[in-house]
Ligand binder design. Structure first.
Ligand code: SF4
Length: 282
């Protein structure tokens, strides 16, 4: 049965479990948060506050990623996981990962719509990409690190690292968004290519394919990242990290994302229209 909890409790917010991120650890998500709203960045990474809810979109993304990882793990272990089992896995993970902290931000949305969307993504992936994929899996959900400067470490998780049938190294990131990114720094410009740079360091090779697979669209965008290109991207990421490190002020940047921000209850400048208020109480 699909869980229907729509709203959330804010116990975590009233007694926050504060765990600031180590000052030298910079993930792609951390810098993206700084670029989108410095105040949200301060709450989350400097003060170590937990967001009061997880959006249903994030819940869906985690469950779908879990199923894809399970598919490739099964194949790597000599199994032959199929569509029926994958959908069963999706339903089971949807339930077990669900909690009162999952929020349906668009108040008119029903959780069942997201279940259906997730099942469609899994089914489409199984029937197309997974059915014909003969590449070798080297790692799933692999933690990647790169020291960019004595005080700055890049860190992230690659969804899948592998080698093509022709022996070419690749890293792929799965996206559940409705649209492809535009290639700017925080819209698929930096993330996978940076992972590719780290993958080369770990697995060798002079170049690595970096890909985004858009599960809702059924498309994949690849780019080849050389070691030289990897160094350029690391320098770009380091420059962005420096901007966050030297920042003295962290202004709120209210906008459409406020509805999906888990600090919108305590933020003095949050702007959340009524029809997007499912993730906000009080
Ligand atoms: S509610 Fe909006 S302005 Fe406030 S921290 Fe979140 S994203 Fe920033």
């Amino acid at each position: 049965m699909v869980a229907h909890a729509r709203l959330l409790h804010f116990a975590a917010m009233s007694q926050p479990d504060r765990t600031p991120t180590p000052s030298n650890q910079f993930s792609f998500s951390r810098l993206k948060a700084f670029a989108q709203c410095p105040l949200r960045y301060r709450y989350r990474y400097l003060e170590g506050m937990r967001e009061a809810f997880q959006t249903i979109e994030a819940h869906l993304g985690k469950v779908v990623h879990d199923v894809l990882e399970w598919l490739y793990l099964g194949r790597s272990n000599g199994g032959d996981p199929g569509l029926d089992e994958a959908l069963q896995r999706f339903d089971e993970r949807w339930e077990t990962r669900w909690s009162d902290e999952v929020a349906v931000v668009r108040v008119d949305d029903q959780p069942e719509v997201y279940v259906q969307r997730g099942r469609e993504m899994v089914a489409s992936f199984c029937r197309t990409v997974f059915a014909v994929d003969r590449s070798e899996t080297l790692a799933l959900e692999q933690r990647l690190n790169a020291r960019l400067a004595p005080d700055v470490m890049f860190t992230g998780f690659a969804d899948r690292v592998g080698k093509t049938e022709g022996g070419k190294l690749f890293v792929v990131d799965y996206k559940t968004s409705a649209r492809e990114g535009d290639g700017s720094d925080f819209s698929e410009g930096l993330q996978a290519p940076l992972y590719a740079s780290c993958v080369m360091e770990r697995h060798g090779g002079e170049s690595c394919l970096a890909g985004y697979h858009y599960l809702r669209l059924g498309t994949t965008r690849w780019q080849e990242v050389s070691r030289e290109r990897g160094q350029q991207l690391r320098a770009r990421f380091l420059a962005l990290a420096r901007e966050a490190i030297v920042a003295q002020e962290f202004p709120a940047r209210p906008g459409p994302l406020c509805a999906w921000c888990g600090f919108n209850r305590i933020c003095p400048e949050a702007v959340v229209p009524d029809h997007f208020s499912g993730g906000q109480t009080g």
